[in-house]
Design a protein. Structure first.
Length: 268
């Protein structure tokens, strides 16, 4: 009895189980800005005017595992098992802040940028569907995408529960519109652009100190140094940032190598 209770408690705390057995994180407003208490404290969390959560590319933690959303390009392909989620989540908030609509052509993915549009092919029957990523999940080993009911039904996954699929990145939908405009998609960017991540490597009260550091690391391991003129606690500070990181995961990996003691990530 105690064992059963603990299992149920873990499921409640970690995520939700659909009838098909897949998991999908559903943030609650307003206590959970991100899929973990650690990221809920992040000061750059943004809410829309209607109170919904604005999608971000921040890493997040579910069931003790950290996930890093990353840059992808048109034509990139992935393989794995698809699942689906439906009535139990209909109308609830997704990780992008949208209300989940089981009849819309959307899906959950652990790391693809929000609003990435992918073609999903069921390799068991060659049926295809096109969906837009607006949620995070599924948090089950070997599963790479959680389809909406309509998308799953279109390629024969709804009845079976899961199926082996391939994903192909088609483009990046600039808005969270219900329909996918394939013409605009074809004219859009060929990769998700995430270039506003920086790593601060120094902070100086005198411009001369910042300039020396900036010149020294003007080009460091493929990244470029810049000086930001800022104010903190009524003091003028000249901060030196390295730029050119395409995702927070890349910036985090850079910091972990220990090139600059006390360095940290900045996102504008």
């Amino acid at each position: 009895m105690i064992k059963t209770f603990l299992v149920c408690l873990v499921i409640v705390l970690s995520g939700c189980t659909t009838k098909s057995g897949s998991y999908s994180y559903q943030p609650t407003k307003p206590s959970a800005k991100y899929p973990s208490d650690q990221l809920a404290m992040n000061s750059s969390a943004v809410y829309k005017s209607n109170g919904e959560l604005q999608a971000t590319m921040r890493p997040y933690t579910v069931m003790g595992k950290e996930y890093y959303p990353t840059v992808v390009r048109v034509g990139d392909t992935f393989s794995g098992r698809a699942s689906w989620y439906g009535p139990d989540f209909h109308g609830k908030s997704t990780s992008s802040g949208e209300a989940y609509d089981m009849y819309a052509m959307t899906a959950a993915h652990k790391t693809l940028p929000m609003n990435t549009v992918v073609r999903v092919t069921n390799t068991e029957n060659n049926a295809q569907t096109i969906v837009r990523i607006n949620d995070r999940g599924p948090f089950v080993e070997s599963r790479i995408i959680d389809l909406s009911y309509s998308a799953a039904n279109q390629i024969g996954v709804a009845k079976k529960g899961t199926a082996l699929v391939t994903l192909e990145v088609l483009g990046f939908e600039p808005t969270s519109s219900r329909s996918i405009d394939m013409v605009k998609l074809a004219k859009g960017p060929k990769e998700s652009l995430l270039t506003n991540f920086f790593v601060q490597i120094g902070s100086f009260e005198r411009f001369e100190g910042a300039k020396i550091t900036k010149d020294k690391y003007a080009s460091f391991r493929g990244y470029s140094a810049i000086i930001k003129d800022t104010e903190y606690n009524n003091k003028r500070l000249f901060r030196v940032w390295l730029g050119g990181f395409k995702s927070e995961a890349e910036a985090r990996d850079f910091i972990s190598r220990g090139y600059f003691e006390g360095s940290f990530i900045i996102r504008e």
